[in-house]
Design a protein. Structure first.
Length: 168
């Protein structure tokens, strides 16, 4: 009788967890091929996004079906304070945020900060984001990187979009 009660409680806890997380389609992704890509395709690691002249954004383990950045555009000349906006699917976020990083021309991190969802992030749909970024005391070429939030810390779950910019 005790075993049946334990199994019953485990099933209830599992169902409550699935309900709380918003269903199976928003469950955490485990290592393996991109679940949105058909099994016949080999997922690419670095693919160019849309182009502005010869300057392009670069996706790493992601594509425009996961994250879309409206501003800034690749190659943009920006003031030291600028807005980053766009939309990302709910599982790009964790606890309603994901990390943003600005690197200088040598790859040194100038800024790391969270980007907050502007809506319910527990969905498989796109969720908008917008954040003011300030990089004082730096002028020159830089790279803006929007990382997915990867609470597992596993490298195979990392994804990002990198956008070349110039800070004036």
């Amino acid at each position: 009788m005790r075993i049946l009660f334990t199994i019953f409680i485990a099933v209830i806890a599992f169902a409550a967890g699935v309900w709380y997380m918003g269903g199976f389609d928003t469950a955490p992704q485990f290592p393996g091929p991109d679940m949105d890509t058909p099994a016949t395709n080999t997922p690419s690691t670095d693919t160019p996004a849309t182009s502005t002249a010869a300057v392009q954004a670069t996706y790493h383990n992601a594509d425009a079906d996961k994250i879309q950045v409206s501003t800034p555009k690749p190659g943009a000349m920006l003031a030291s304070t600028f807005t980053v906006s766009g939309k990302a699917v709910g599982n790009w976020y964790f606890e309603a945020s994901f990390p943003l990083e600005v690197l200088d021309a040598n790859g040194t991190s100038l800024k790391m900060m969270p980007v907050q969802a502007q809506g319910d992030w527990m969905t498989s749909a796109f969720v908008p984001f917008s954040v003011e970024v300030s990089v004082p005391n730096y002028h020159g070429k830089a790279t803006l990187i929007l990382h997915n939030d990867n609470p597992s810390g596993m490298p195979e779950n990392e994804a990002s979009i990198s956008i070349p910019i110039t800070i004036q």
